[in-house]
Write a protein that binds this ligand. Structure first.
Ligand code: FES
Length: 302
């Protein structure tokens, strides 16, 4: 996919080494957002949640990335599947809810039914077909590691691609920890200034600040301090609408800091007002260098 000229123009400024003045459309247009969705948001890995979100067989939850949607479901303790949340019939979502517990997934559009591992269960559908692999929701590579659920949203196939190692810095094992709170925040911002704010303000996610900071792909980040952790997952929805989910986690014997929901809302409101006249916000050269480096290989591959 050829990158829109707002991105290539930014890349030229980054490589020229001088001042960077991004085109305001970099934060507003569908074309830029579509290119980011295809070339950037799907890069591995995404830390989707803590493993306790799948504590029983049949537990499932939905992860959205722009217009793409993934449903992560536990068939059994050693069988967890990350599947494309799109019906094989006409692409409608098979999981509309944020989360649930069931032995099947159901498409409401025309009623196709799937087992919790993504197999289409209608026995009447093409019984003459011996290869049933295409009667299954495509899967993504995934891993459960150190108490977190990771997915690689870059490739989906009838059989899950082999999971590659997760290239991330060290962080405490959270397998025996518990989720203290899980909250979703909504903004009418482009994802870039929201990411910049969240990645630069650890005390927003974890009152008191962090001791370790670990980035997983472009959209998720874990910060920890003395038995506490906060997982931030950025959820770009449209060019001008981005949410984030904040999962607060505490290891046994540690108590989480008091809920400061109001403080986060106040920061978001104040930053949102600043962005109204200046969509690039406080983005700096370091951000743009990261952004261009993440998108540039896609240019070379064209
Ligand atoms: S789109 Fe799912 S049954 Fe038609």
């Amino acid at each position: 996919m050829e990158l829109p000229e707002q991105i290539t123009a930014l890349g030229a400024q980054v490589e020229a080494g001088g001042a960077i003045t991004p085109d305001p459309e970099l934060f507003e247009t569908y074309e830029v957002f579509a290119a980011e969705l295809t070339n950037l948001f799907v890069k591995p890995w995404l830390a989707a949640d803590h493993t306790s979100r799948l504590s029983a067989d049949g537990d499932y939850f939905r992860v959205d990335i722009g217009g793409r949607s993934v449903v992560i479901a536990r068939e059994a303790e050693d069988k967890v599947h990350a599947m494309r949340n799109a019906c094989l019939h006409a692409g409608y979502r098979v999981c509309e809810e944020e989360e649930g517990r069931s032995d099947h997934l159901f498409c409401r559009y025309h009623g196709w039914d799937y087992a919790i591992d993504g197999r289409l269960t209608d026995p009447e559908l093409r019984p003459e077909e011996k290869d049933r692999s295409r009667f299954r929701l495509p899967r993504y590579a995934m891993r459960m590691w150190k108490g977190l659920i990771f997915i690689d949203p870059s490739v989906a196939a009838p059989n899950a691609p082999e999971a590659q190692p997760i290239d991330a810095g060290d962080f405490p094992d959270l397998a025996d920890a518990a989720v203290v709170s899980r909250k979703r925040y909504q903004t009418t911002w482009n994802w870039k200034p929201l990411r910049h704010l969240l990645w630069a303000s650890d005390e927003l996610a974890l009152p008191g600040g962090s001791e370790t900071q670990t980035e997983f792909g472009p959209l998720s980040r874990l910060v920890t301090r003395n038995g506490e952790a906060a997982l931030v997952r950025l959820i770009p929805r449209y060019a001008g609408h981005s949410d984030f989910e904040l999962v607060r986690i505490a290891r046994p014997g540690h108590t989480a800091a008091a809920d400061d929901d109001r403080r986060i809302e106040e920061v978001l409101r104040a930053e949102g007002e600043k962005l109204e006249g200046a969509p690039a916000g406080n983005l700096d050269r370091a951000f743009y260098e990261w952004y261009w480096a993440a998108l540039k290989p896609a240019v070379a591959a064209v």
